[in-house]
Design a protein around this ligand. Structure first.
Ligand SMILES: C[S@@+](CC[C@H](N)C(=O)[O-])C[C@H]1O[C@@H](n2cnc3c(N)ncnc32)[C@H](O)[C@@H]1O
Length: 255
């Protein structure tokens, strides 16, 4: 093992909490809470080469680094600077903030370490999606990736409106979001969601809807389904509620 590899291994091990499993170098993988690596080949469109991309709510940056690795022309990420700006339900906000402080995790440090280790050129933007503007990402982009963020927002439709606003006409919004499988089975066509702040044990989620809810959010802000694109469902994420699943859905801003 070289000193450099040993160094990186120590820095990865010393990081208080990894959200994503990311392959860095020399067999070093971040010990993520959430391993999306097996899902990426099915979830991402085949052709991202040459596209200008934005990954909203990037956390440790798994999706952003994947887009870069697959040949995107540029990748921006957007995230909050810290938990004080998170849109958590008022009844759990204090406990969530206390847990974040106790974890010793400084938001964004995992992303920065992974970016350095990968020699990545992904550009980091700090701010809330509710205020996102094209100028934050050097002008409109071809692809916005919206990854498991909508359930954490009080106003998911307002956030999607902002995401649509940074897309070029014809540009794609890739939603990789949580949904309720039981509500989808029961209501295949009607948009129905469960209000989670009053569900015991739920701390970070506002609404968890069925697939029709996710499609309805997109339709509300003027995004249309990409013709022929099928939903791709991932196995349950760690820590997910019973029946909660993650799905990749492709939409586009009409040309
Ligand atoms: C559950 S993580 C999802 C991480 C990653 N996108 C994925 O799909 O695995 C939610 C992310 O959204 C970010 N986030 C939450 N509220 C946000 C907001 N208002 N504006 C921008 N990012 C936000 C969080 O900081 C966190 O990085």
């Amino acid at each position: 093992m070289t000193t450099q590899t040993g160094d990186l291994r120590d820095r990865v091990a010393d990081h208080p909490a990894w959200y994503h499993s990311i392959d860095l170098a020399d067999g070093i993988t971040t010990p993520g809470f959430c391993d999306l690596r097996p899902f990426a080949p099915e979830a991402l469109p085949d052709a991202v080469e040459g596209l200008r991309c934005l990954d909203v709510g990037t956390f440790d940056g798994f999706w952003a680094f994947e887009l870069e690795r697959r040949g995107a022309a540029s990748v921006h990420t957007l995230d909050l600077a810290d938990g004080t700006q998170a849109d958590w339900p008022p009844n759990t906000r204090a406990a969530n903030l206390a847990d974040t402080a106790a974890s010793g995790l400084q938001w964004g440090t995992g992303f920065l370490l992974a970016r350095e280790a990968l020699g990545s050129r992904v550009q980091r933007v700090l701010g809330t999606v509710y205020e996102l503007e094209p100028s934050w990402v050097d002008g409109p982009v071809d692809l916005v990736l919206c990854g498991t963020i909508l359930q954490h927002l009080r106003d998911p439709v307002g956030a999607l409106e902002r995401m649509r606003g940074v897309l070029v006409p014809g540009g794609e919004l890739l939603m990789i979001e949580a949904y309720s499988a039981p509500l989808t089975r029961r209501y295949p066509r009607r948009a129905v969601a469960e209000y989670r702040p009053v569900v015991p044990g739920s701390r970070y989620t506002w609404w968890l809807g069925n697939l029709a809810t996710l499609r309805g959010y997109a339709a509300t802000v003027g995004l249309e389904p990409v013709p022929g694109a099928k939903p791709v469902t991932h196995r349950p994420l760690r820590g997910a509620g019973k029946g909660d699943r993650v799905v990749a859905l492709r939409f586009r801003r009409p040309a």
